[in-house]
Write a protein that binds this ligand. Structure first.
Ligand code: UDX
Ligand code: UDX
Length: 474
């Protein structure tokens, strides 16, 4: 191992995590050749597209980095075997969804992609290879990967006598919409492992731009559990403030004022205290369910119940918004035109995974509404996939509503009965509600599930108004 030096790294999984993470590593480490591989050819083609607007993911600051390093020391490829073979370090950043069938369905993480990636590394790696878990994984997954890798060496057909592996856990803490910022200036980098030498190799990569005091090293299991815990704590704060939002609405307190007052306490801090339609995104729900599964597995049922409540509250918050919309529109939305503003799970991303918009729209469709959906970045093809419905499903089910994708908010609001702000896109803060009040059908409603509009501005119009944590102005 003496001559071992990291020159080439590869990442399996060109998704929301693998793509931006490798782009920033390539930018900060011009001496390294970085290749991102994926089984999805279409995705790789999109990453290689000359049209930077056509990237598979939208992330502020990403296309600038891609235009600088792609083709120089950053590559996107489907040649998985070749790239693994040539790499000194392989990151695994494939998707890890919650299992839908079999043991642990609904809670446990489906490790099939991680396992198949480990098998590919086991088969194609040459020489010494450091394998880095980047995906969020259940505690003790490194054990599974280790077993697969070590068995490949023990296999009597294995002729690569110099083949050795070590495994590290290096969870990502990037939030979509600010991923590039989080990668370039992380709060901390966490590296878990048993082999100090390998830890140092990975640490050296990050030290090209991150201060060593921000790089924490732990054992493998602490690293894996820290990721789940961080996400559980963040999600818990959101459920906590959402629970308070409902109390605000009935008491006359204003949730924005409460979270500001609470967040000023330096022990609490001001972040992740915005009430909303419930958290979405690919990680929070999945990671908490995983924590619940782990607790149940070790018969720690009180702990499982404690964390499960964070999800139950989130579902409740989400559901109560669609119920409230129906209630305010005289108990029926059948044939009423409702404009949904925002479909992504938060602003500045085109990601819709677990977006609260999906269930709100589904509930309203179930109740017969005519929905118009606007989002600055999400494409109609994606919405169709998420709703699992083509446009105008009315023909199939009599009472069922219909939906349409719109690109002009003002046009969509003509004769609309209600507008619902689901995602806090900055452009929705600038809408001219006075102008809108003249084109909507009366009595018109604005439901602001993110509390981003100025109540005093709406008061000047004829529009009825409800916002999360503030209640109604009629
Ligand atoms: C994923 C996980 O969901 C998350 O838990 C983890 O923290 C990071 O990795 P993300 O990058 O957002 O997050 O997932 P996704 O955008 O779905 O990308 C995963 C990619 O892996 C896909 O492009 C998929 O085609 C690819 N993949 C999957 C492989 O290349 N090989 C496989 O065997 C399986
Ligand atoms: C999260 C974690 O923040 C990140 O560290 C981890 O690696 C992946 O999961 P992400 O899901 O991309 O990142 O976005 P995040 O900003 O955490 O928001 C998650 C959800 O919570 C969004 O739906 C957002 O709208 C919601 N949210 C966030 C609130 O409702 N209120 C808040 O105050 C903050």
């Amino acid at each position: 191992m003496e001559s071992f030096k990291i020159k080439k790294i590869c990442c399996i999984g060109a998704g929301y995590v693998g793509g931006p993470t490798m782009a920033v590593i390539a930018e900060k480490c011009p001496h390294l050749k970085v290749t991102v591989v994926d089984i999805n050819e279409e995705r790789i083609d999109e990453w290689n597209s000359s049209d930077l607007e056509n990237m598979p993911i939208f992330e502020p600051g990403l296309k600038e980095i891609i235009s600088k390093v792609r083709g120089k020391n950053l590559f996107f490829s489907t040649q998985i075997a070749k790239e693994i073979k040539e790499s000194d370090m392989v990151f695994i950043s494939v998707n890890t969804p919650t299992k839908t069938e079999g043991f642990g369905a609904g809670y446990a993480i489906d490790l099939k992609w991680v396992e198949s990636s480990a098998r590919q590394v086991a088969k194609y790696a040459q020489g010494h290879t450091i394998v880095v878990e980047k995906s969020t994984l259940p505690v003790k997954t490194a054990e599974v990967i280790k077993e697969i890798l070590l068995n490949s060496i023990k296999n009597k057909n294995c002729k690569d006598y110099d083949k050795t592996f070590s495994i590290l856990s290096n969870p990502e803490f990037l939030a979509e919409g600010t991923a590039i910022q989080n990668l370039q200036n992380p709060d901390r980098v966490l590296i878990g492992g048993e082999d100090q030498e390998s830890i140092n190799y990975l640490k050296e990569i990050y030290m090209n731009w991150v201060k060593s005091t921000k790089i924490l090293t732990t054992n493998l299991w602490s690293s894996e559990l820290s990721k789940l815990t961080a996400n559980a704590f963040l999600a818990q704060r959101i459920s906590s403030i959402n629970s308070i939002s409902a109390i605000c609405e009935v008491t006359g307190a204003e949730v924005g004022e409460v979270s500001k007052a609470v967040g000023f306490d330096s022990r609490i801090g001001s972040e992740f205290l915005s009430a909303g339609p419930g958290f979405g995104g690919s990680c929070f729900k999945k990671d908490i369910l995983n924590l619940v599964y782990l607790a149940k597995f070790y018969r720690l049922n009180e702990i499982a119940d404690y964390w499960e409540q964070v999800i139950k509250l989130n579902n409740w918050q989400n559901r109560r918004i669609s119920q409230l919309i129906v209630e305010k529109l005289f108990g029926t939305v059948s044939l009423k035109k409702i404009v949904i503003l925002g479909f992504s799970f938060k602003a500045n991303t085109n990601d819709t995974r677990e977006s609260p918009a999906i269930s709100i729209v589904n509930d309203l469709l179930e109740n017969g509404a005519e929905i118009k959906i606007h989002d600055p970045k999400v494409k109609s093809k994606q919405i169709m996939k998420d709703l699992n419905l083509s446009f105008n499903t009315k023909e199939k089910r009599k009472e069922f509503g219909s939906w349409d994708y719109v690109s002009d908010v003002y046009k969509a609001l003509e004769n609309a009965d209600a507008a619902v702000i689901v995602t806090e896109w900055p452009e929705y803060k600038k809408l001219d509600w006075l102008k809108i009040s003249e084109i909507m059908r009366n009595p018109a409603w604005l439901f602001d599930t993110r509390s981003i509009t100025e109540p005093s501005a709406i008061k000047e119009t004829s529009i009825n108004y409800w916002s999360v944590g503030n209640g109604s102005l009629e």
